[in-house]
Design a protein around this ligand. Sequence first.
Ligand code: ACO
Length: 373
Amino acid sequence: MADKSTKGLADVVAASTALSDIDGKAGRLFYRGYDIHDLAGRATFEEVAHLLQRGRLPDRAELAAYSESLAAGREPGPLAAANIAEIAGKQTPMEALRSLVSLAAADDPDKDSTAHEANLRKAARLTAQQPVLVARYHAARTGGSVPDADPELSIAGNFLLQVTGRRPEPRQVEIFDECLVLHADHTMNASTFAARVCAATLSDMHSAIVAAIGTLKGPLHGGANEQVMKTLESIPADGVAQAVRERLAAGEKIMGFGHRVYKTEDPRATHLRRMSAELAEAAGDDTYYRMSKEMEEVVFEAKGLYPNVDFYAASVYHYLGIPTDLFTPVFSISRMSGWTAHVIEQHADNRLIRPDSEYIGETDQKWKPIDER
Ligand code: ACO
């Protein structure tokens, strides 16, 4: 039997990467050697996506060229566009993204190539299209329309514009942009690993991203941010401690807490907590922020667990006016930059990822014809 320490591949080094690194004991996260605390609130999401996909923080000319390629690649192809309405009627948001990214592959001009330059172009298109797909999906299911992208706005600003239908305040854009920076990459997390396993068969980037989206969807991974909001909404504001203790006593996990790698505070949670407090004050209603703070204290006292990236992201997205069931799709908008960078990295130095397994089933079974079983 795989012992508890290796179950779930804990501590197993599954790939070499120059993209991101975590110090789980110190609670530190780095993108290509830059501390997340230095990037958060300073670098834009576009700069970070360039850093991950193209290897360095861009200078002004590189950023302008990259932003141009994002704008040019924003429109999903005709096959995806033609199917959004029907998909929106039948699939939940993450299921829909899984389908739409798969359909978008059909119209990608580089679909048949895994060459480096083709991968860079596809990475930019996938990164640009993801927020548009989420906004169009939401409009299709609500019968609304999506405002045209504003060339003056960033990916963060255009997403808030297109999903809420209102022009966001500059500070809201800054905060959401910082959220995208914080979620962009995170070493060998489950969805990134899924993407790399797929890419390592020399399958194409869109296929790897479909694998990643399906993996992010689960409540133990990206799906947790939506579950956090549902928890906050399901308990009375003055009954947080009791509700959390009851759930823990019943053996339930509290979503948004715990992490495979961090043994202390997730550095992304530090920023998200601050943003939640700021937005709560601006909204003139700090209920969900206060509840989150109390929940954090109770869970730490009872289990010694810290909030992860998903915990305060929930109240931040709520205060930004994003519908709860789009929280995990929002995660995918950011993580697209990291997933695609990992596919580029995998294809650049590939070996099939094919681990071993330990057989724990019956042995020496004797064949019997079907009527004798
Ligand atoms: N609430 C209550 N107890 C918890 C929690 C939690 N959120 N997380 C871990 N524990 C407990 C487990 O019950 C277990 O206790 P036991 O040893 O007494 O059985 C122990 O802590 C270890 O937990 P595991 O689930 O084995 O730890 P693992 O490293 O496999 O899981 C994970 C990490 C999946 C993040 C886990 O902490 C969890 O399920 N958290 C809730 C879901 C969540 O927030 N996911 C988002 C993670 S961040 C991200 O993916 C973007």
